[in-house]
Design a binder for this molecule. Structure first.
Ligand code: NDP
Length: 402
């Protein structure tokens, strides 16, 4: 089996490496390359049974990436750095003929707006080069896309309404922290809310729409409509969808801090001048607040992520809810991580297996719903992410015109 290369060594990458390291039969050598070499070295020390090769790299620099890939000749690069690095890493993979995956769509540093157009533009070049790119294979996006594809294959003739519901009901004991990279997380939450309805992209002010949602094992929580990148690809690939929305829960304490940061200008992404130095407020804020990976030891409680669907099956209306519930404590026990990083970090390890064994090897650039969902979903429970499908669940989203 060939080498693989993980780029990034943060909260999500640490989980993926934990999983890859347990499969020396499939991944006999794992290069872990990131900006801070010490984090890559720490992973090599944490998993001495695996052959982990630590490397430092600036993943914004395409020639540097090409040189590193040519040095190690991995069969696959797992991009677990930040969305800003997607295009440089895709360029380097194209140049070296290497398969690629990531967990988040590209977003220009100066424009907090995810759009797949930048990465879909590589379709012809990846196809001609005979290499595979799998986009957005974390949990959401990732497993949520596979849930929709699975439901389309097994439960529906047509899907009309999609609501993706994400609840972190855990408690880490800190006044405020984000569960993955703060800059990316706050850019996502503070941007204009967007959803698809009747082929239109509808925009609403940030966090201006909320609804009570009942989560299994957790109960009712207030969930806020935000934009999430899988809505774009799912609306494109499932044209029968009349509406597609994404909902995420936030505690009052979280929202209180967030409002204060926004009002103080601390979520600004443009550089300001501070005594002759250029400072980007959101990056400064990130330095002050906890590293998401550091939350793991104290985190307790459930995380629930799923898709609620409505449509038709054999001419009759049908609903389905596919979801995963896991506890932060389980993620800590398995990989020393918290559950949000865990839900995002396990699927890329499964996808790596599916790509290197040829199951998901398909030249071109693909969103997860364009690949067979069964092989991914079959492997999820044993990898630590059990899931359930409930048909005809009691609906949360009762405002659907039938
Ligand atoms: P972290 O900030 O914890 O980790 C990011 C890693 O990338 C760090 O190790 C960082 O280096 C490294 N990095 C950043 N810039 C560069 C660069 N220019 N060159 C090399 N390495 C770089 O983030 P997370 O682990 O929380 O998130 C990782 C990705 O996962 C993000 O894109 C996020 O959006 C995505 N995500 C996806 C989810 C999903 O379900 N699909 C859910 C959660 C996250 P350093 O250590 O020096 O800072």
């Amino acid at each position: 089996m060939p080498k693989v290369m993980v780029i990034g060594a943060g909260a999500v990458a640490q989980v993926t490496v934990c999983k890859l390291a347990r499969r020396p039969d499939l991944f006999p050598e794992i290069v872990v390359a990131s900006r801070t070499l010490a984090k890559c070295q720490a992973l090599a020390e944490r998993y001495p049974q695996a052959r982990i090769i630590p490397e430092g790299v600036n993943a914004d620099n395409v020639p540097e990436l090409i040189a590193l890939i040519q040095k190690h000749k991995p069969a696959l690069v797992l991009n677990l750095a930040l969305p800003y690095q997607d295009l440089p890493i895709m360029d380097a993979c194209l140049e070296t003929g290497t398969d690629y995956l990531d967990t988040a769509s590209y977003e220009p540093p100066d424009l907090p707006l995810y759009e797949y157009k930048y990465q879909w533009a590589y379709q012809d070049r990846y196809t001609q080069a005979g290499i595979t790119a799998v986009l957005g294979i974390g949990f959401d996006p990732g497993v949520t896309n596979a849930f929709v594809a699975y439901a389309a294959n097994h439960f529906f003739d047509e899907i009309h309404y999609l609501d993706i519901v994400d609840c972190n009901a855990g408690n880490h004991g800190r006044p405020f922290a984000t569960n993955f990279n703060l800059e990316i997380n706050l850019r996502e939450i503070t941007q204009t809310g967007r959803y698809y309805e009747n082929g239109q992209l509808i925009e609403v002010p940030p966090l201006s729409i909320a609804q009570d949602v009942r989560f299994p094992d957790i109960g009712i929580r207030k969930a806020y409509l935000i934009f999430h990148e899988e809505l774009e690809s799912l609306a494109k690939h499932f044209p029968t969808l009349r509406r597609a929305r994404f909902w995420m829960t936030f505690s009052e304490q979280y929202l209180m801090h967030l409002r204060a940061f926004v009002n103080a200008g601390l979520t600004r992404i443009d550089p300001i001048d501070y005594e002759g130095c250029k400072v980007v407020p959101i990056k400064f804020l990130q330095k002050l607040l906890p590293d998401p990976a550091s939350l793991a030891p104290d985190y307790k409680g459930w995380v629930s992520i799923g898709v609620q669907l409505r449509g038709l099956y054999q001419g009759q209306p049908r609903t389905a809810y596919l979801y995963t519930n896991i506890r932060h404590e389980w993620a800590y026990q398995d990989c020393g991580s918290q559950a949000v990083a865990y839900t995002a970090g396990v699927p890329p390890a499964i996808a790596a297996e599916l790509i290197v064994t040829g199951v998901w090897k398909k030249p071109g650039v693909w969103n997860v719903e364009q690949l067979p969902p069964e092989p991914l979903l079959e492997k999820l429970p044993a990898a630590g992410l059990p899931w359930k499908a409930v048909i005809d669940y009691p609906p949360d989203f009762i405002d659907v015109p039938e």
